[in-house]
Design a protein around this ligand. Structure first.
Ligand SMILES: Nc1nc2c(c(=O)[nH]1)N[C@H]1C(S)=C(S)[C@@H](COP(=O)(O)OP(=O)(O)OC[C@H]3O[C@@H](n4cnc5c(N)ncnc54)[C@H](O)[C@@H]3O)O[C@H]1N2
Ligand code: MOO
Length: 403
């Protein structure tokens, strides 16, 4: 069998991809982008000694032994100070959560452990040194690395970096993506089908999948099954984008025009045909700086190749440190039919049972022209080539569909 194994095809894909240029972005625009350099804290965290409670700042020596009454001096609310507050000896100072600890204070007593008598406060319990003070730099120091290069920024990262005063980040430029949906039989939902037509699944699938994955510079167009239409659409896409995704037209029929037209335009083939099911006639080529991934037209083939090859290509373009696919392990809840020549991607649902065991539940309707099991499936089991089915109870590897 001459088709590439999935691993061998990943390796060829990797070799063909150069990382995109680096740019500086305000952190607020960097969600889902990939860091191109480590990012370090701009300030200590906490940035100053601060109160962890609403209560009273005092000197422990003044509050020992307890109970003791202390006269109140100024109030310290959370907020900026032009001059640093000072706690006079023998006094307590009203303070709120996040308030700057006044000079001289070495503990905070929470309100619940005190009583008020006009302008004095009664401290009812013994106060340990440093109680309820969040110390400057106790979490981390200015200059501490918060995140390495090659990480895709999520909401948590954005929060963590913002808190440490990081205003912008060096990231890989987001890829510009053009999607060409080929096939004269494909029409958009919204009108009745004529004999021989099917509704467009691949265009909406790719568009929604890319949006969900955080790619905004995406355009989707239909292209007819003529040499000229395919060539013109490819030529324009190569000139305008970093990644061109096509669907359909990569098999062996006379109307399968993607590879021949791309190569007439000077594209250099990276790979064609992977021993996987579905998604076998996957075609990858390079044209100048643009990468073309020709996805086989069957909708399940598009789905699988998005979660595997496209996901990995995007990670490589953006120089992600740990590239997809991210495989996990789980126990098969029912047998899976393997293929004797191709590795299979089987749509499954992942459940964690009461004992904490990850169970992998294969779904029905697995053929490559079917998608209706996506109401239940959320992952793909990666099934090795085998003449025999994989029995229930076996551990299999799976990856999230990213939906
Ligand atoms: N003689 C052979 N025929 C086929 C082979 C083969 O090895 N030898 N491989 C089969 C496999 S596997 C696949 S996958 C398909 C892939 O073919 P293409 O990439 O050329 O895709 P098309 O023929 O254009 O379409 C396949 C199928 O998918 C439907 N389709 C296409 N686009 C859409 C869309 N946007 N939305 C919904 N459905 C779509 C199309 O109508 C076809 O039914 O080739 C096999 N044939
Ligand atoms: O590769 Mo095809 O997607 O098996 O139907």
């Amino acid at each position: 069998m001459s088709h590439l194994s999935v691993e061998a095809a990943f390796a060829k894909l990797d070799e063909a991809i150069a990382a995109l240029p680096v740019m500086q972005l305000p952190l607020g625009q960097a969600l889902n982008r990939v860091t191109a350099a480590p990012l370090a804290a701009y300030c200590d965290l906490p940035p100053f000694d601060q109160s962890a409670m609403d209560g009273y700042a005092l000197r422990v020596a003044d509050a020992t032994p307890s109970p003791v009454s202390l006269p109140l001096s100024t109030t310290v609310a959370a907020g900026p100070h032009d001059t640093l507050p000072v706690l006079p000896a023998g006094h307590a100072c009203r303070i709120y959560t996040g308030g700057l600890i006044p000079q001289g204070a070495d503990a905070v007593v929470r309100q619940e452990w005190t009583a008020r008598d006009g302008e004095t406060v009664i401290i009812q319990r013994p106060t340990p040194l440093g109680q309820d003070i969040r110390r400057q730099g106790e979490e981390l120091r200015r200059g501490t690395e918060l995140i390495e290069a090659g990480r895709r920024l999520n909401a948590g990262h954005i929060a963590m970096l913002s808190m440490a005063g990081v205003a912008d980040a060096a990231v890989r430029r987001a890829p510009r993506i053009r999607v060409l949906v080929s096939g004269d039989e494909v029409v958009d939902a919204g009108r009745a089908l004529r004999p021989g037509e099917v509704y467009n699944a691949n265009g909406p699938l790719i568009q929604a999948w890319l949006a969900q994955a955080g790619y905004a510079d995406v355009s989707v167009a239909a292209v007819g099954d003529t040499e000229q239409a395919v060539r013109e659409a490819l030529q324009q896409a190569f000139a305008q984008s970093d990644l061109v995704l096509t669907t359909g037209g990569v098999s062996v029929g006379d109307k399968d025009l993607i590879a021949p037209e791309a190569e007439k335009l000077g594209a250099r083939r990276v790979l064609w045909k992977v021993a996987q099911k579905p998604g076998k006639p996957l075609y990858v080529a390079r044209h100048g700086a643009a990468l073309l991934i020709g996805l086989p037209g069957n909708p399940a083939s598009v789905l699988v190749n998005l979660a595997t090859f496209v996901r990995r290509a995007l990670d490589r373009l953006e120089d992600v440190k740990t590239v997809a696919p991210h495989l996990q392990a789980g126990v098969l809840a029912s047998p899976i039919k393997a293929d004797s020549e191709r590795e299979s991607w089987v749509r499954v649902r992942i459940e964690v049972d009461a004992q904490g065991l990850t169970r992998v539940l294969p779904q029905t309707h697995q053929a490559s022209h079917m998608l209706s099991n996506l109401s239940a499936a959320d992952a793909l089991a990666w099934v090795p080539v085998s003449d025999a089915p994989i029995p229930a109870g076996h551990t299999v590897r799976w990856l999230s569909l990213g939906l």
